[in-house]
Structures are given as structure tokens and as C-alpha cells.
Ligand binder design. Structure first.
Ligand SMILES: [Zn+2]
Ligand SMILES: [Zn+2]
Length: 417
């Protein structure tokens, strides 16, 4: 497919995709509750001629198109939104709430962009099926935000049912200027380990500390000591993040509570550093409890886990060349390893296929340049998960659709050969 053909095709579906995007944006759903979203995807993909299976890994949708001999390409988009109250003020802003929890819900991570772009790519690839041969597997994945959706789909016999891909491709919108793409070979995104830690003390009257084992002091000491993991136990050339995002204990000033709760978020880029950090964090939690005289060991509960997202260097080279030819090599940057996490890599590790995952910019270039000029990019450009996150619709969608098609065609077969 030539660049001109692709541009013409995208122009014919642009208005419909903008409408679809606004509709998805106004109707966000939390992970594993993407019922309306998945029904809409299934309906549209069926109309486009894809073989559609819903309910894969609970709310996931898989749309396949077998188009003769050739490689199998897996294209993945995530569908879920976040418990965030939207504050963009956009006419299509979400006012939705989660039916179960009542929490406000917003597409604050841009997964509505991903779904829209993948449906657009499926439409054009189906229309242009005489130009390629092979099999397309489009994956609309639930619950990326809690790192549970990809594993749920794999556990639902994904590869037995839909085949093993030769490559796994996907993309994420981020606060870069529209028109920029970013891709990093190797460890591209961090692993996450999120833990809930319960520290057990002994409650007492606030006036009688001698009767208590104070979990507030135990928690405070633990939080401070955890700060030494990265600074004192990890090599200068390695990277890790240990964040205590939540610390809770007690109800009022004259009661020493009987327990405290910490929530930790840990990011690493290699299995070795991950093991070292997790071991150190466990050791400190246990040792501070012992130092406080706790009579019960702390409990550690895993909230969620994301693997390291590892881009295959060969797959990145091959895809980069095609994307560079399409968008201009100067518009593609290497952002280095990103501290965010993703579960797309599970489709690659579970199948043995190489992964190629990239970022597309969604910020107005003039806004971005102005913030950069002032040195306030980090404050002024809302990031993913912010209640103000608002990608500009176009040309973000155009670029997202073109990037998926360009990458897919790089891997699919040529029917002439
Ligand atoms: Zn997110
Ligand atoms: Zn996301």
C-alpha cells in the first residue's frame, strides 16, 4: 500500500473515527467492566468482515482475519479506563461512574485512542486485503491498568484458540508532540510490584505507650529505612523506584492503634535488580517489625504485578525502518527506558513472539513547544492518568491508524511473492 493510498483511505474514515473516539471517551469503563466498549468493538469488527470472539479473558475481544498464507501479526489495544473524575471541560468529557463502585471513571490513559486507532486500522487492512497476505489477530484487551487483562486472555487459551503470532505490535499515546513517535529497544518499560503491607502492633490508650507496640512508629521507621534500598543497595548504573504511596494508621490522637498499612509501588528494569530490591524491601519490613517488638509478622499482599516490557531489538529495527519511511526518521525518538508499566509483553513472552511496542504523541505541538520554552513541560502538559489528560484528536488518530497499518504491513506477507 503506498503512502498516498493510505492517506486517501484514512481520509475516508476520519470523521467516523472522530465520532467513535468521542463516544468511547464519553463512555469509559473500568477494567473487566468494559461491557459497552467490547460490544461496540465486536459489532464494528464483525461488520468489517472479521471473525469475532467476545468474552476472551472475561471482557476481551479478539477479531481475526485469515487472508491466505503468510505470517500472523498480533495487533493489541487496551480498552479500560481509570477511576478518575475528568476535569478537561471538553464537550465530550466523561460524566460516567462505575456501576459497581460508584466511582467516577475517565479515559485518563488514552486507551480510547488505542481502540479507535485499531478499529480504523482493521477497516483499512480489510479493505486493502489484496495488498497483503497472512493472518491478522486484533486483540482488544481488558484491564491493562491493574495488569490483569493480558494474563486473563492468555489463561483463556488464547494461543490455542487464535494461533501463535509471529510478532506482537502495539502502541500507547503519551504527552509528546503529535507527529512524534517513540520507541526503545530492549527493556522499554519497567516492571511493577505493588504491595499492601500490614504491620501489627498492640493498641493502647494514647497516655500509656508502655502497654502498646506502636505501629505508627513501626510504619514510620519502615518508610524511612525503605528509602535506603535504592540509594544504598542498588548500583549507581542500575535504576529502581521504591515509592510508599499510602500510609494509614489510627483514628484519633488519644488511641495508639493496633495496626498500620503501607502501600508500596516498586519499579525495576532487570530481573536481577527486581529480585534484589524485593528481597531488601521484605527484609526491612520484617526487621523493623522485629525491632519494634511486634508479636506478629507483617503481612505482605501483592496488589498487582507487571512484567518488564522488553522490545525485541530486531523487531524494533525492522518496524522502525518502516515507520521512519512513513513518518520521517527525525520524528521518531528513543525515549530510553520509561518508568511506566504495561502488560502487553505477556502476549510476547507467553507465545515466544518478538514484541514491538511504541508511543505516539498526543499533545498539540505548539502547546508542547511553549511549555518547553518556559521549562514547564512536566507541570503544564497533563500526563496519562491526570484528570486533565486530553490528547488532541487529530492528527493523533490519523497517525495512530497509519502507524499500526505501516507496522503490520512490514510483517505481513506480500501476495505477489
Ligand atoms: Zn494507564
Ligand atoms: Zn495506558
Amino acid at each position: 500500500m503506498t503512502t498516498a493510498d493510505l492517506d486517501t483511505d484514512i481520509a475516508t474514515i476520519r470523521d467516523a473515527l472522530i465520532d467513535l473516539y468521542k463516544d468511547l471517551h464519553a463512555h469509559p469503563e473500568l477494567g473487566f467492566a468494559e461491557h459497552r466498549t467490547s460490544a461496540e468493538i465486536a459489532r464494528r469488527a464483525t461488520t468489517l468482515g472479521y471473525n469475532v470472539v467476545s468474552g476472551v479473558g472475561r471482557t476481551g475481544v479478539v477479531a481475526t482475519l485469515s487472508n491466505g498464507p503468510g505470517p500472523t501479526v498480533l495487533l493489541r489495544a487496551d480498552m479500560d479506563a481509570l477511576p478518575v473524575r475528568e476535569q478537561t471541560g471538553l464537550p465530550y468529557a466523561s460524566t460516567a461512574t462505575d456501576p459497581e463502585s460508584g466511582s467516577p471513571v475517565m479515559h485518563a490513559c488514552g486507551h480510547d485512542v488505542h481502540v479507535t486507532c485499531l478499529l480504523g486500522a482493521l477497516e483499512i487492512l480489510a479493505r486493502a486485503r489484496s495488498t497483503w497476505s497472512g493472518t491478522l489477530i486484533a486483540v482488544f484487551q481488558p484491564n491493562e491498568e491493574l495488569g490483569a487483562g493480558a494474563q486473563a486472555m492468555v489463561d483463556d487459551n488464547f494461543f490455542e484458540r487464535f494461533g501463535t503470532p509471529d510478532v506482537v505490535l502495539g502502541q500507547h499515546v503519551m504527552p509528546l508532540p503529535v507527529g512524534m513517535l517513540a520507541m526503545h529497544p530492549g527493556a522499554a518499560m519497567a516492571s511493577t510490584d505493588a504491595w499492601k503491607v500490614t504491620l501489627y502492633g498492640r493498641g493502647s490508650h494514647g497516655s500509656q505507650p508502655e502497654r502498646a507496640i506502636d505501629p505508627v512508629v513501626m510504619a514510620a521507621a519502615t518508610v524511612l529505612r525503605l528509602q535506603t534500598v535504592v540509594s544504598r543497595e542498588i548500583g549507581g548504573g542500575d535504576t529502581a523506584v521504591v515509592t510508599v504511596g499510602s500510609m494509614r494508621a489510627g483514628t484519633q490522637n488519644n488511641i495508639i492503634p493496633d495496626q498500620a498499612e503501607l502501600q508500596l509501588n516498586i519499579r525495576t528494569y532487570t530481573p536481577e535488580v527486581r529480585e534484589r530490591v524485593l528481597t531488601a524491601v521484605r527484609r526491612i519490613i520484617q526487621a523493623e517489625a522485629t525491632a519494634s517488638g511486634a508479636q506478629r509478622d507483617p503481612d505482605i499482599e501483592v496488589i498487582d504485578t507487571f512484567p518488564i516490557t522488553t522490545n525485541d531489538p530486531g523487531a524494533v529495527d525492522r518496524t522502525l525502518e518502516a515507520l521512519g519511511a512513513r513518518f520521517g526518521a527525525h520524528n521518531i525518538i528513543d525515549p530510553g527506558p520509561v518508568t511506566g508499566s504495561e502488560d502487553v509483553g505477556i502476549f510476547a513472552t507467553a507465545s515466544g513472539a518478538p514484541l514491538c511496542y511504541w508511543f505516539i504523541g498526543g499533545t498539540d505541538p505548539a502547546t508542547f513547544a511553549a511549555a518547553q520554552e518556559k521549562g514547564t513541560t512536566a507541570q503544564d502538559i497533563p500526563s496519562n492518568h491526570s484528570p486533565h489528560f486530553a490528547p488532541v484528536i487529530e492528527p493523533t488518530l490519523d497517525i495512530g491508524v497509519a502507524a499500526l497499518i505501516t507496522a503490520a504491513l512490514t510483517w505481513l506477507g506480500d501476495p505477489a511473492s
